[in-house]
Design a protein. Structure first.
Length: 182
């Protein structure tokens, strides 16, 4: 999928009203096709960015655990853009290729008990299939605050996947990483 295949034009910093241009300067996020797409509604984009940032630090998830949860959501809903973006972020957080391939196969065996509970819970949030035992298992290895934060994080990435799909946002560097990695 190319930039021309996107359902909305991908905006540049200069396309935004002056008061919102700074959003494309923060952490170089404006270069991502996601933000170039949702920039058509700059106030909502700003709120989306702030909310996402707050969720990254919600509860007691490590960077690795957060990436495992995001990758689990992406795999569960087959969100190519999110998977592609978070493969590298996951690797930077210590997720191995073997572990990435396990997530892609919906195999949580290589993970610790805590990580398995997080991955299973995030996937269930994405499909709307959280059960009492699953919730309790996640709370048992973390705490209520962390599970609430995990719920919100998984929901945020599910919403992001739906936005990306609905707007046909192309993968940033054009070449999908693939569900199976080397």
């Amino acid at each position: 999928m190319s930039r021309q295949d996107a359902r909305v034009p991908l905006l540049s910093r200069e396309d935004l009203p002056e008061e919102f241009r700074y959003l494309f300067d923060e952490d170089v996020l404006g270069e991502l096709n996601l933000f170039q797409s949702i920039g058509h509604v700059p106030r909502a984009m700003r709120a989306y960015m702030r909310y996402g940032t707050a969720l990254w630090n919600a509860g007691d998830l490590s960077t690795r655990e957060r990436e495992l949860a995001i990758l689990a959501v992406a795999r569960t809903v087959r969100a190519r853009y999110e998977w592609h973006q978070h493969v590298e972020l996951g690797r930077e957080a210590g997720v191995t290729t073997e572990e990435l391939n396990a997530i892609a196969r919906a195999d949580d065996c290589p993970f610790s008990e805590r990580e398995r509970a997080i991955v299973r819970y995030a996937s269930a949030v994405a499909t709307g299939t959280v059960t009492d035992p699953m919730f309790e298992a996640a709370v048992e290895v973390t705490d209520v605050e962390t599970v609430v934060g995990l719920t919100m994080l998984a929901g945020h990435y599910l919403m992001t996947a739906r936005i990306l799909d609905s707007l046909s946002v192309p993968i940033d560097d054009g070449e999908f990483a693939g569900w199976t990695l080397e």
